[in-house]
Design a binder for this molecule. Sequence first.
Ligand SMILES: [Zn+2]
Ligand SMILES: [Zn+2]
Length: 131
Amino acid sequence: MYRDIIKKSGLSITTKRIALLSALDKAQRPVTIDELRNQMTDTMDTSTMYRSLKKLVDAGIVYQTDFRDGVSYFELQGDNHHHHVVCTECKSRKSIDMCVNKNFNKVEKDTGYTITNHIFELFGLCENCSS
Ligand SMILES: [Zn+2]
Ligand SMILES: [Zn+2]
């Protein structure tokens, strides 16, 4: 399964990439590098993880985001591309089933850039914190 995902993206299949995707898949939510390492069965140093993840992010397989707390989060989204809403008080998070317009044709035409991925998160107050 992970092999197919990697293959489809045009990247070469490596055991590192498969290990990362499988750990991200297990997490089922956005995780930091440290959290991800706890999910991994094989040991991998942080810089190797970052390098490999960056390739997967660039290839559009892994979603990289931040929730304004100074760390990067990674999530395997596969066919279930989505974003999140984050409470600025208690930092709780929910997945949301919406995306910015995925049609970036106009942007590409205007800028000459080929758009390969995007980050989009909403911030606000959750029900608990707003009452
Ligand atoms: Zn809250
Ligand atoms: Zn999106």
